[in-house]
Design a protein around this ligand. Structure first.
Ligand code: IPE
Ligand code: IPE
Ligand code: MG
Length: 254
């Protein structure tokens, strides 16, 4: 009997808040506020259906280029989210971590997020990782720079650098590879999200705007994921013959 596969790590590009608001004659900021409510549902649902890691693209390093008032509104919403949700996240056993450059955020936002991380640090049910001032290329470049510094000091040999070694230098070092990458908002691009970590992720692009994302939407994406055959470069026959044991690229030495 085939075991139903739940993705271990789901990442979401939460896009479309602005358009959701504009379509209703509202300010873009109201779309972000509504988006924060959708976050709450997504997190709860992910934990309930057994996802171990959920990474949410909340603010990219390119988003700093938006109008100042919009950036400020987003930073305030993050503070609100961190304060409002922390008791519930802790109660549900959800640990919060951050990827990206937390130090770039305004002090009040950074503080609220750090409090949230400390408050939920013992959670065992799921890891919620928030991508804040995050850029995938930047994360790769910084890892390369850190390794270059250590190599110059003679602490790293160039030949020891492989994929795992490199990944340990990245802000996602404690997260497994992405299994399922979801993007709402109708665009079919990755916008600099998890470029290294989503190398073999299944992609799910949705036309609905992020504030319209519901628990059932996540369940549907996970079901679609479950029907895919992940081959990691092999042939279908090879994957099938390995499927007595669950096919796992780590077991396969990949
Ligand atoms: C995503 O929604 C949220 C952030 C980028 C912070 P957008 O604000 O990008 O919404 P659209 O794409 O303009 O509709
Ligand atoms: C990606 O959305 C970033 C987040 C969802 C936080 P954007 O709206 O910034 O992406 P582009 O500009 O459409 O590629
Ligand atoms: Mg957008």
């Amino acid at each position: 009997m085939e075991k139903k596969r739940t993705p271990r790590h789901v990442a979401i590009i939460m896009d479309g808040n602005g358009r959701w608001a504009q379509a209703r004659g509202l300010d873009r900021t109201e779309g972000h506020a509504e988006g924060a409510r959708a976050v709450r549902d997504a997190v709860e649902t992910a934990a309930r259906i057994g996802i171990e890691y959920l990474t949410l693209y909340a603010f990219s390093n390119a988003n700093w280029q938006r109008p100042r008032a919009e950036v400020e509104a987003l930073m305030r919403l993050l503070v609100d989210f961190a304060r409002r949700e922390r008791a519930e996240l802790r109660a549900q056993g959800i640990r919060t971590v951050v990827i990206g450059q937390l130090e770039e955020l305004p002090t009040a936002t950074r503080q609220a997020v750090e409090d949230l991380m400390a408050y939920t640090a013992d959670g065992q049910q799921m890891t919620l990782s928030l991508a804040l001032s995050y850029g995938g290329r930047q994360d790769i470049v910084e890892a390369a720079r850190a390794l270059a510094v250590r190599a110059r000091a003679g602490l790293v040999l160039p030949e020891e650098i492989d994929v795992d070694f490199f990944h340990r230098e990245m802000s996602t070092s404690r997260l497994p590879d992405v299994d399922l990458l979801i993007r709402t908002g109708g665009e079919t691009r990755v916008s600099d999200f998890l470029l290294f970590e989503a190398a073999y992720a299944e992609l799910c692009f949705l036309d609905l705007m992020w504030p319209d994302f519901r628990p059932a939407t996540l369940v549907e994406c996970v079901e679609r994921y479950g029907a895919k055959e992940r081959r990691f470069g092999r042939t279908s026959a090879q994957v099938q013959s390995a499927s007595g044991r669950a096919f796992d690229p780590i077991d396969q030495g990949l």
